[in-house]
Design a protein around this ligand. Structure first.
Ligand SMILES: Cc1ncc(COP(=O)(O)O)c(C=O)c1O
Length: 445
């Protein structure tokens, strides 16, 4: 233990975490408080080699589209309780959390909650709706659209794809044509926001089309769409909407949730694909009593309950407006710096994808931001790796977070050899902020 402290102590740069106390157990089960930050040693080492820079504190800040910054109250309350799930107290928390989820989703539909990442609920939306002979229609324009195809393939389901190039939204007119000429389809799958490209899809128009097919359900992966874009499952006819905890709900990864329309529930009663853990109907029945079939992630549920209380106080529309303002400011900032947006025609509010300067690998910028400032932004995925970087603004971000990220980006760009006028990106973001000043935002607690 003391050697560990000593080793961390050698470094000039101290990476700080809001909860900067590490409680470490030794092998005799005793615990000891180490008053040192939870430092990523590899980063600290790489900074130690940059001895010509000023020693100081570097705070790690996530600008990734999941995990996102967590609401401190939610994290603290989640850690402070160790509830048993088969108790009345937990059932009450679970029931209240489901009510809050309905508010967050803007729906009266039934909910299911799983202890998994979002992909678990996506898998469930395949296995619970479809039978082996069914066909699915998938709108894809990025890595998460491709995940629908991979899931369908894993279960031997025929999936017809409508594919748009990365950076563009799903072609809704082509989805309509497929429904009219190539059906029947038991279900249609799409993303509200394609996180890998920073694109927002036109779910409302697609829903109006699918509504006239009584045998076809519409499934929306809104894992980064919830809390960042307007969705109205009940009026529009979104049969399954999927969310994940590490996004705009401001808590760590580990929970997936979905809303189920009456049409989806009817379809599920007939669906025959194999399933076990991700059994929507079983969980829907349990959740009505505040129960889950298997052990729930109790502390994450407590955290979610707290975070959703905060979101209710703030207002769902204000949470969305906050993301929209930050997205507009981010776009203005990067364009003022001479960079190009990856998603030009339909950019998302959740995340902004930015093209790297010509001839430069985006990883170089990402690395400099991370090592110099502890500012963590995402690279592109798959073939987009090295071509773009992605700055997130969904959930618990405020405009000062953005000013800081843009200021860091400006310096990093300059350091890696892309000339920028320092302050020009920040100024563009400030101007967008001033235009949106009337938008109410979260008073922080
Ligand atoms: C749109 C979208 N769909 C699906 C996923 C997969 O979710 P998870 O990584 O929680 O399984 C993500 C994660 O970033 C996402 O953004």
């Amino acid at each position: 233990m003391s050697r560990l402290c000593h080793r961390f102590g050698q470094f000039d740069f101290i990476y700080s975490h809001p909860l900067n106390l590490g409680r470490i157990s030794n092998r005799f089960g005793l615990t000891k408080i180490c008053d040192l930050p939870l430092a990523p040693p590899d980063q600290a080492k790489s900074n130690a080699s940059q001895r010509n820079t000023m020693p100081g504190i570097i705070k790690e800040r996530l600008f990734t589209p999941g995990p996102t910054p967590v609401l401190m109250e939610a994290q603290v309350r989640a850690m402070a309780r160790n509830l048993h799930h088969r108790t009345e107290e937990f059932r009450q928390i679970m029931k209240a959390t489901v009510e809050h989820l309905r508010y967050y989703f803007n729906t009266q539909h039934d909910m299911v909650v799983f202890a998994s990442s979002g992909t678990g609920a996506m898998e469930g939306a395949i296995t619970n709706l479809l039978s082996p002979q069914d066909r699915a229609l998938v709108g894809t324009a990025g890595k998460f659209g491709e995940r629908w195809l991979a899931l369908a393939q894993a279960y031997g389901v025929e999936a017809v794809k409508v594919e748009s190039p990365y950076g563009q939204p799903v072609n809704i007119a082509e989805m309509k044509r497929q429904l009219e000429t190539n059906g029947p389809f038991r279900a249609v799958y799409i993303q509200a926001t394609e996180t890998s490209t920073g694109v927002m899809n036109d779910v409302k128009t697609l829903a109006a089309i699918v509504k006239s097919y009584p045998e076809t359900c519409l499934v929306v992966d809104a894992i980064t769409g919830l809390g960042t874009s307007e969705l109205n499952p009940d009026e529009w006819g979104l049969d399954i909407v999927i969310g994940g905890s590490q996004k705009a709900t401001m808590i760590p990864p580990g929970l997936a949730f979905a809303s189920l329309s009456p049409k989806a529930i009817q379809a599920m009663e007939k669906a025959r694909l194999p399933r076990y853990y991700f059994d929507y109907l079983k969980e829907r029945k349990n959740l009505a009593k505040g129960e889950t079939a298997y052990t729930p992630a109790t502390s994450l549920v407590v955290g979610l309950h707290t975070a959703l209380e905060y979101i209710r106080q703030l207002g769902r529309e204000n949470l969305i407006a906050n993301a929209a303002m930050l997205a507009a400011a981010t776009r203005a900032a990067v364009q003022a710096l001479g960079l190009k947006l990856f998603a030009e025609s339909s950019p998302a509010n959740a995340v902004t994808a930015v093209r790297a300067p010509q001839g430069m690998d985006s990883g170089v910028i990402i690395k400099d931001m991370r090592t110099r400032f502890g500012t963590v932004v995402s690279n592109g995925q798959g073939t987009m790796k090295g071509q773009i970087f992605r700055l997130a603004h969904l959930g618990y971000y405020d405009v000062c977070d953005l000013f800081a990220a843009v200021a860091a980006l400006e310096i990093s760009l300059q350091k890696v050899g892309f000339a920028v006028e320092l302050g020009s990106g920040v100024r563009a973001a400030q101007e967008v902020y001033l235009k949106h000043e009337g938008v109410p935002r979260a008073a922080h607690s």
